[in-house]
Write a protein that binds this ligand. Sequence first.
Ligand SMILES: *Cc1c(COP(=O)(O)O)cnc(C)c1O
Length: 412
Amino acid sequence: MQKELFEFERPGYYGPYGGAFVPEILKTTIDELTSAFEKAHADPTFWQQYIEVMQTYSCRPTPISYLENLSNQLGGARIYCKREDLNHTGAHKANNVMGQGLLVKRMGKSRVIAETGAGQHGVATATMAARMGLECTIYMGAVDVERQRPNVFWMEQLGAEVIAVTDGTATLKDAINEAMRDWAASMETTHYVMGTVCGPHPFPQMVSYFQSLIGKESYQQMQKMTGCLPNHIYACVGGGSNATGMFLAFLDEGNVELIGVEAGGKGIETGQHACRMKGGKLGVAQGYKTYFLQDQEGQMLETHSVAAGLDYIGVGPILSYLYDQKRIRFESATDEEVVEAAKMLIRQEGIIPALESSHAFAAAIREAPQMKKEKIILINLSGRGDKDIFNIAEAIGDEKWELFLKQKVQNL
Ligand SMILES: *Cc1c(COP(=O)(O)O)cnc(C)c1O
């Protein structure tokens, strides 16, 4: 059976994880959202409308590619990948924002807000707002605004107001606080577009629902292409939306191993990483209960990853539960392994992967050579890597690129 929703006895809880820990003032709007989502979910025309938008606006269904060169080079399992990089705006994030946009229209609201770190979710949300005729405000740490100029430029061109938050460390968590303040003051007209399967209920359930399209398509495509289901499926895990979206459809298939790959950063022993499952502790923050990277006193720790999209202290409550149940195996890949994996995919297959997605590739590349040739691996290629040109060029140490940058700066 293909799952699209992960339901449990206590709504919004997955074992001990999840819940909706929100300030009293937000409770009505969270309840309103929950009921709007439940109604939309029960209405088959809503899903139909969603599929139609995704087909005509975001190239769905995205194909699955057989990576023949990479498979041959590694000499083990046959490797396939799901091409979420071919979505409009370049990643699986489109699935989520378009779904929430349709829900906003149903609720009759006129404005959306979101926070963004690297800017990918901000660009996706601004794109959706332009397409759906909604007002849009994006909160971003002032440090990130400087680091991510190109994304800020596009958000503004798309009609969004980008607010640089200077509080605290002026990064993602401060932007989240500011966005929450806005929501509390504007909830009658405004919807908060959560970027991943985290935050208070109903967000983890709702975002999983929209992202479940990835696994549903893959289930059928793999059967058609190979006559069976994959033996191992790999996906990178930031907040967990691309992984949850891929895994849900295969949960009840006991022979399909599911592997989530977190950011190993500079190595777990250095403390500079984002491995919540291996290094985190149960806690409540940002509206929900899950594994967070925190110290003895419960203070949130700094995280690090070469991939901005995986650089986050929490992880989706559904994944925490499935980890406890041993349904998902968690691995990590270091920044160095990830850049090597990206280079390999670029040279062997002509595909430029996002550094986030390259985590899934790094783990699969490590394990594939030990597998028998008839085994099948499916990797979720969550997004394309054009956006990572600065990081990849720096990691590779490309001299011509550095010269080009220097000349640009001198001409400013
Ligand atoms: C944002 C992002 C991620 C991380 O988010 P999840 O919610 O864990 O999927 C992964 N890959 C890409 C390409 C992204 O843009």
